[in-house]
Design a protein around this ligand. Sequence first.
Ligand code: TEU
Ligand code: CA
Length: 574
Amino acid sequence: MQSRRGKGLPGGNDWWKRAVFYQIYPRSFMDSNGDGIGDLPGIISKLDYLNDGTPGSLGIDAIWFSPFYPSPDRDFGYDVADYCDIDPRYGTLADFDRLVEECHRRNIRVMLDLVVNHTSSEHPWFKESRSSRDNPKRDWYIWRDGRGPKNKPPNNWRNNFYGPAWTWDEQTGQYYLHSFLKDQPDLNWANPEVRQAIFKVIRFWLERGADGFRLDVAHHYYKDEQLRDNPPFYKREKRTGGMASRDRTLEINLYYTLGLPEFQVKKYNQHHPETHRILKEFRKILDQYPGSTSVGEVIGDSPETVAAYYGSGTDELHMNFYFDLMHCRWRAGAFRRCVELWEKTLPPEAWPAYTFSNHDVMRAISRYDRGGRGDARARLLALMLLTLRGTPFIYYGEEIGMKDPKFPRHLLQDPVGLKWYPFHRGRDGARTPMQWNDGHAGGFTSGRPWLPVGPELEKRNVATQEKDSASLLNFYKKLIWLRKEQSALQEGSYRSLTGAANPEEVFVYLRELAESKLAVALNFTTRPRPVNLAPEFTAARLLLSTDPSRGAEDTGAQLVLGPEEGVLLEVEPA
Ligand code: TEU
Ligand code: CA
């Protein structure tokens, strides 16, 4: 079959460095048949909104699709029962082909979610594997005898959601390993047949037109061969001095107050050196398909750990998310230090990828909503995301300021929320239906949506915001289309302008490509703050402000930003 990949598309093989990505959670984007669940025909019907080639549309260049493969949905698609098909609720392979064609017609690349640390327990491979100890696929998963006279699990590993990482299987009298739910058994990447089977899956989609993959929990693939016990959690905290994220702080508190055995240093079940060899093989396949790309979901304790998944910079993953940026406190200095630590850690050829929201975390607008400041802050974050050096990933609905509702227990669907309630309500809040208009279910479905829509539908929807030139949606459109015209924003270097003239309350940086110099200044305080670009620059022209009442204007090298205002400036050297 002739490959349908976006080969003829503009941008060259490294298009992904200049692209703006958009993440779609297929279940929640657009429902075409009224069953309350989003689907591929629904997505196709909304592609013009994403990019119709004119600045009237959002203007994104690539879509990362969360999984739409057949799945029993214990973890909403992240438990795959067939890697080479489309779940009938989402459509057919023919719909997928049409999706690729319609995306490529609009110069939108297609990135798929590759969930291969584990399969669903309903996957035929696992069904075979669990059928008998001598089944040829037995070793495709990780099976072990119980420990001691009490037949305890083989080691102390815990899964990432809640509970032990081992489940006893009555029929064959052994435990199997699962880093997530018991319905998500881990594949055995030490088995060469497993590798070949997964590499075949990768080729299948590349041949069918996919332009790349997002690699789910890529740091988990390979496990310690001796299955050694993980050390207890508090040991790590002593070493790192507890400078961790909010999530980790929560973990620590729970560990001490409830004494749960849940938390341990995941020393032996993640970041195994062999994983890098797997990813190098993976990259070799991608290199046979010029113009394809990848982004890793790698969660690590230190920037070095995550940076390692770039290999030399060109022989492992093309990009890796830098999740530390999601956990910064609302301080200019926190964001600046985070970005600069990452810039400093990456090998020279490695390309950053940034995001503030995805299907696993509370949306940024809700996370930073202290004192009702979410809306102003969403603009500042958008300006930062689209002007840092690196590829930005926008999460569906972020462009219209969709917020997380606070679900009562009976509406929760996510297994994480169900297990942790009331400490943690899980991830449903970030997965509510896309809000297209202020009508029934936000225009997402004519039926009953699988999750209710988010709060303040009357203003947080596409139709209403399209009519309002001051809306967040129109700010995103201006910013994305402006970014396309400014190659300094796409591929220029990054340099901090914070210093004596600009105290830490404002995050100021320069993006520079040959003669083109752009400055970004982001005021994180709720008071007016000065910005001073002298003596290096004499003049500046304001290209865009987060404040819709401020139009393009010439400013001097000194200007004042309003509360939580951010600006993009074209600057002239002295
Ligand atoms: O997530 C990996 C992961 O461990 C976390 O992001 C996790 O979802 C979070 O800590 C729970 O509070 C990936 C996917 O993005 C996620 O949706 C899947 O559930 C998970 O892998 C398993 O495939
Ligand atoms: Ca549907």
